[in-house]
Structure formats: C-alpha cells, structure tokens
Ligand binder design. Structure first.
Ligand code: AP5
Length: 217
C-alpha cells in the first residue's frame, strides 16, 4: 500500500499518519520530520533545509526528491508507506510518478484533508511535539500533570515542545506557500481512481474512521 496524505499545515496529516501507520502496519514517511531530524543531526541536508524551514518556505525540489527517492527504495519500505507532506509541488509529483512507475509500485490511495484555513492557526499555535517519541498533540489535550504516560510505550515521559516554525508569522508564510504551490497539485491527483477528500474539520477519531472507510472500501 502506498498512501499520499495531502493537506494544508495543521490539517492533521501527521496526526492521522501516526494512527493509520499502526492500524495498517505501514511506514510513516514525513519529509518535515526527516528535515527536522537532519537539522538536529547537523547533516548536509539539514544545513540546506534549515533556512527555508525557518522562513516557512519550501526546501528546493531537488533536495526533497533526492531524499525521498533514496528513502523509499530502502528495504523497510517494501511493505508499504504513507507519504505525509510529499509531494508538495508539481515537479515533486512528477518525480514521484516517474520513480514509482520505474519501481512498478502504484500509488494505492490519495487522501486530501479538507478544512477551512481559518481553523488552522489555532491548531498550529497550540501544537506540541514530544521530543522523545515524536507524538503530536495540542495544548488542549495535555493532561494536568503536563506529561503523557506511556510515551510511545517507552519507559519515559513525554517532553513537549513547540516547533520553531509554529510561530505566527512563519505559519502565515507556510499557509501562503501551500496555497500557491501545493493546492494546485491536488488537481494533479483528482483524476486518480482512488483520490478521496476527507473532512478534516471533525474529531481526530472521526477523521480516522472516514480514512479507514475509504482505505477498506
Ligand atoms: P511539515 O512538518 O510537513 O509541516 P506541514 O505540512 O506544514 O504540516 P504540519 O506538520 O504543520 O501539519 P499536519 O497536517 O501534519 O498537522 P498535525 O497532525 O501536526 O513541513 C515543515 C516544513 O518542512 C515545510 O514548511 C517545508 O519548509 C519543509 N518541507 C517538508 N516537506 C517538504 C516538501 N515536500 N517540499 C519542500 N519542503 C518541505 O496537527 C496540527 C495540530 O492540530 C496538532 O496540535 C494536532 O494535535 C491538532 N489536530 C490534528 N487533528 C485534529 C483534529 N481532527 N481536530 C482537532 N485538532 C487536531
């Protein structure tokens, strides 16, 4: 199974990927997470990506495409994966189509998370991410203790931080860039026989249930 999750920043792609990957035993490939890890590790790719991410702009296509081309050919991708945040531009979509055709591995489903953009800033400004397990949550869901138990089933508590690019002025830029460069590629996939729009403006459980219905249907 190869799933593509499309949607604006804050629409819930990461949240749903984290749930669906366990349900369907797929790998979750988030280009945003890959870049954040590369920055943390101080790699050459991380150094290339950081300035773009800090400004809320997209990392150049050639850098992202090279990263994904290499990653999806690794053995652990054999049983299927979710692409969260890739492709985001027309050249990325074309490069992915060409690579998957070469590998004879078709895209199984394209899921587009639809939500009014006015709802996104509240979600993003309240987002917190665990530095231990990568779990994504919202300030409204943090227990009174300030920590989640069973962080990723490790014997450790969650350590929740706000992402650097979740500052209001950067978020505004990210939404603008999404509208200009990514919204148009939804049209690229609209004719795919397994393209589905999901209402992302409902509880995360209801979103998961709608996604599972289309994947199982
Ligand atoms: P990336 O990390 O991919 O960020 P993004 O696409 O902007 O998406 P987000 O992570 O902000 O949102 P999400 O849809 O995953 O929402 P989430 O589930 O977290 O990319 C970061 C940067 O990396 C880019 O700006 C770019 O610079 C670079 N980059 C990455 N990929 C690239 C590419 N392909 N090309 C070029 N550059 C690239 O949820 C958000 C919040 O809402 C959370 O608090 C969550 O708890 C809450 N929430 C989720 N679902 C619900 C719900 N149903 N109801 C209420 N709250 C909810």
């Amino acid at each position: 199974m190869i799933l593509i999750f499309l949607g604006p920043p804050g629409s819930g792609k990461g949240t749903q990927s984290q749930i669906i990957q366990h349900k369907l035993k797929l790998l979750h490939l988030s280009t945003g997470d890959m870049f954040r890890k590369a920055i943390q590790d101080g790699t050459a790719v991380g150094k290339q990506a950081q300035a773009y991410m800090d400004r809320g702009e997209y990392v150049p296509d050639e850098v992202v495409v090279a990263l994904i081309e290499e990653r999806i050919q690794e053995p652990d991708c054999k049983n299927g994966f979710i692409l969260d945040g890739f492709p985001r531009t027309a050249p990325q979509a074309e490069a992915l189509d060409a690579l998957l055709a070469k590998l004879k591995r078709p895209i199984t489903h394209v899921i587009s998370f639809v939500i009014d953009h006015a709802k996104l800033s509240g979600r993003i400004s309240g987002r917190r991410v665990c530095t231990v397990c990568g779990r994504v949550t919202h300030v409204s869901e943090i227990p009174a203790s300030g920590k989640f138990e069973n962080c990723s089933n490790q014997n450790s508590d969650c350590e929740l931080i706000q992402r650097e690019d979740d500052q209001a002025e950067v978020v505004e830029k990210r939404l603008e860039v999404y509208q200009e460069q990514t919204a148009p590629i939804i049209e690229h996939y609209r004719n795919h026989s397994k393209f589905f729009e999901i209402n992302a403006d409902q509880s995360a459980n209801d979103v998961t249930s709608d996604v599972m219905k289309v994947l199982e249907g």
